[in-house]
Design a binder for this molecule. Structure first.
Ligand SMILES: Nc1ncnc2c1ncn2[C@@H]1O[C@H](COP(=O)(O)OP(=O)(O)OP(=O)(O)O)[C@@H](O)[C@H]1O
Ligand SMILES: [Mg+2]
Length: 226
């Protein structure tokens, strides 16, 4: 059994992909999984998070590698090389992607992955963006079939706000109905701890008073691997 490859994708910029990829990898590490993050986004936010910690902040505990290859063979070769670096059991690779549907790296990543995680927020823009994303996944599925691969297992993670506004509850319902895959029970609330980990380029564990934030990530990682 080779390491599990989980791709985090959504063409909406700022939808929380990098935050989810990095904090999920940290949660998996804490649960005893051998883990690394692959950064396929030219913005390199995940790579910078791990390699340019703010002054005084602790280094991020999960290795993050950039994927540079321009062609499919080179890209998948780099992904496979990283999978081989990890033990075959209890290993997970999390792949962060750019906010673009026309990214070749995104297409190849989706063709090679075991799971897809799509962070969504209760805003109407996420509903509007869905149609194009589903069309991309249909092309991915056709390609996977031609390779004899199984269909990609997809799920959404809801990045929720305060939950107090009625419009937010209605949009969450509408998204849940419109998404052609399940929304995980564990939502990722908007929390200062998550934004701080991103801004200080550090782990949740290195920040004070993050036990609830860490418990949510631990629950999410369990649900994802179930
Ligand atoms: N659950 C959360 N709670 C608080 N802040 C969050 C949360 N998730 C993301 N953020 C913040 O939202 C911003 C955008 O998040 P992030 O960079 O992870 O999105 P992205 O989808 O990777 O963006 P891009 O499309 O540019 O790659 C960041 O400032 C991040 O700290
Ligand atoms: Mg990002």
């Amino acid at each position: 059994m080779s390491p599990l490859l989980i791709t985090v994708a959504n063409q909406k910029g700022g939808s929380g992909k990098t935050t989810l990829a990095m904090l999920l990898s940290e949660a998996l590490l804490r649960r005893g999984y051998a883990t690394c993050v692959l950064d396929a986004d030219p913005q390199a936010s995940a790579w910078k998070w791990a390699h340019r910690a703010a002054a005084g902040a602790s280094a991020f505990p999960v290795p993050v590698h950039r994927l540079h290859a321009q062609d499919q063979d080179g890209f998948l070769g780099q992904v496979r090389a990283q999978l081989l670096e990890l033990p075959s059991r209890r290993s997970v690779v999390v792949l962060d992607t750019p906010p673009r549907l026309d990214s070749a790296a995104l297409f190849w990543a989706l063709c090679a992955s075991d799971r897809l995680l799509v962070p969504v927020q209760p805003h109407v823009a996420y509903l509007d963006a869905l149609e194009e994303f589903v069309a991309l996944l249909e092309r991915v599925d056709t390609h996977r079939k031609s390779l004899g691969a199984r269909p990609l297992v997809c799920a959404s993670v809801l990045l929720s706000g305060s939950g107090r506004r009625r419009s937010e509850a209605l949009l969450t319902q509408a998204l849940t109905r419109a998404l052609p895959w399940p929304v995980l029970r564990t939502a990722l609330p908007e929390r200062a701890a998550y934004a701080d980990a991103f801004n200080y380029r550090t782990s949740l564990a290195a920040l004070a008073r993050t036990s609830r934030a860490r418990a949510t990530l631990a629950a999410l990682s369990k649900e994802i691997l179930r």
